[in-house]
Structures are given as C-alpha cells and as structure tokens.
Design a protein around this ligand. Structure first.
Ligand code: HEM
Length: 185
C-alpha cells in the first residue's frame, strides 16, 4: 500500500487524537517499516491494519468506525490534492462512476505499484448507483467513508447501503448509493 495512505492515516490520528498517540501506535506495533513512511514508498497493508487495531484498543472506537473515519479524511486530502479529478465530474454519482476507469487509472500511472480495489458500477436509475467493491485487502469501510465525503464535497445528500457478499471478510461488498437531495441552485 502506498505511503500516502499511511502518512494521511497518521495525520488523522494526530489531528483527532494527538502527536503522542502517533508515537505510541508506532512503538506498540513493532512495524517492519519502523513507521517512517514516505508518500511515494510502498508498505505492507497489514501495517495499516495493525495501526488501526492499536488505535481501537487505545480509544475504544471500533475498527470499522475508525477505517470509515479514515476514508472521510482521505477524501478531504484527495479533494485538496487532486481537485481536477473532482471538477471533471458534475456530481457525486458521476464522480464515483469515474473512480474505476479514470481516477484509479491515473493513480496507477503515478504509482505503478499501487494496490487498488475494483469497482463494478451500474446505474439503477438517475439517482441510484450500484458499486460492487472487490479487493482482497477488505477495505470496504474505507470506501464507504470515501463515498460519504465525496457526496459532501458535491453538496449532495446520499444514503449508502452496504451489503457484504463475502461472509464478513469485506473483500466483496455491494454498495447502493442513492441521491436523496441535490444542492439548491
Ligand atoms: C481523487 C480521488 C481518489 C484518489 C486520488 C485515489 C487514490 C488512491 C490511492 C493512491 C490509493 C492507495 C493505493 C495503494 O495503496 O497502493 C487508493 C486506494 C483505495 N481507493 Fe482510491 N482514490 C480516490 C477516490 C476513491 C474513491 C471515491 C473510492 C471509493 C469509492 C476509493 C476507494 C479506494 C479504496 C477502498 C482503496 C484501498 C485499497 C483497497 O481497498 O484495495 N478511492 N486510492
């Protein structure tokens, strides 16, 4: 997993908890990388899982809730770092449809060793998008946080239904994103 994911995770921990918490997690997890992540480096995604589990143990927050919160944080980082990806789409559902065929394709050009999920998208109607997430890393809670924060970026209200098709491993999850309200124009 790319270092940017780790550096942003630790930034979120520092913002929402403290710099001491970051130090504590790194010390507690005995990471092979030593916790010295650079944004262009590539690291074992199990290190991220270990950091989240350690944070959960120290804060009492559930692991899925922390991964979801991290998805929201990551989306805010992406809107600031890659505004062009967002301005290229008029609304949430149009943006989400572009993640598989445009956004992550560009990410792979920047980082050829990126480990990306796949999303199979299908419009159920004008305001409803089905996205089937597949990744052996099982970060569907991250995807859910990303989707939620994307909608906020576009000023839209959406409901997100999540259905795990992989018996709790979260490696194959069906999302149905329904736009309940568009921004007032
Ligand atoms: C401008 C927007 C986006 C950018 C620049 C971006 C970029 C990235 C990058 C750099 C990674 C890490 C790859 C690696 O670690 O090797 C990643 C992973 C991921 N992305 Fe995106 N992404 C964007 C939008 C989204 C959206 C909207 C979703 C959800 C619908 C999404 C879902 C994921 C998930 C779940 C992963 C974790 C890897 C996995 O599950 O296997 N991304 N993305």
């Amino acid at each position: 997993m790319k270092g940017v994911v780790f550096t942003e995770f630790l930034t979120m921990v520092e913002e929402q908890f403290s710099a001491e918490m970051v130090e504590e997690l790194i010390a507690a997890c005995e990471l092979r990388s030593g916790g010295a992540y650079t944004s262009i480096g590539t690291y074992d995604h199990h290190e991220l899982v270990a950091l989240v589990v350690a944070l959960s143990g120290r804060t009492g927050a559930a692991v899925p809730a922390l991964v979801h919160a991290f998805g929201r944080h990551l989306c805010q980082h992406f809107t600031a770092t890659y505004p062009g990806f967002f301005s290229a789409a008029a609304d949430t559902l149009a943006f989400l449809e572009r993640v598989e065929d445009h956004v992550h394709i560009e990410v792979r050009k920047l980082y050829p060793d990126a480990e990306l999920p796949s999303f199979a998208c299908r419009r159920l109607d004008g305001d409803t998008l089905e996205m089937v997430y597949r990744s052996h890393r099982g970060f569907s809670d991250l995807a859910c946080g990303l989707i939620e924060a994307c909608a906020e970026h576009y000023g839209e209200v959406v409901t997100i239904a999540m259905d795990d098709l992989s018996e709790g491993t979260k490696t194959q999850v069906r999302f149905v994103v329904h736009r309940a309200a568009r921004p007032a124009s």
